[in-house]
Design a protein. Structure first.
Length: 102
């Protein structure tokens, strides 16, 4: 997830010339795009996802025994993540500017 966060930040800045977050003032950051504390947070969220959401999706799959259901769930999750990254700068630009200035 840290690599994903780094690449998302880089690609978003390259394509839309916007900085979504800036960790320059945080401990152990890389180009202000990622830092140690968020990497640890992503690690914890990853473990929670595997331990909680993995078995949940497996139970849904077993219940319906339909691969299309899982594809729909995956598509919804991917679209949700994309919309969060694409829409956030439009609706929350003032918040992003405030965070960047602090």
């Amino acid at each position: 997830m840290t690599v994903f966060e780094f690449l998302t930040s880089y690609i978003y800045e390259l394509l839309w010339n916007q900085i979504l977050w800036d960790y320059s003032n945080r401990f152990m950051n890389i180009q202000g795009r990622v830092c140690l504390t968020t990497s640890i947070m992503w690690g914890v969220l990853g473990i929670i996802s595997v331990k909680i959401f993995g078995p949940l999706f497996h139970r849904i799959y077993i219940k319906f025994k339909n691969e299309k259901i899982m594809h729909i769930i995956l598509l919804v999750l991917v679209l949700y993540i994309f919309v969060c990254y694409a829409i956030r700068p439009i609706f929350f630009k003032n918040l992003i500017d405030h965070l960047r200035d602090t």
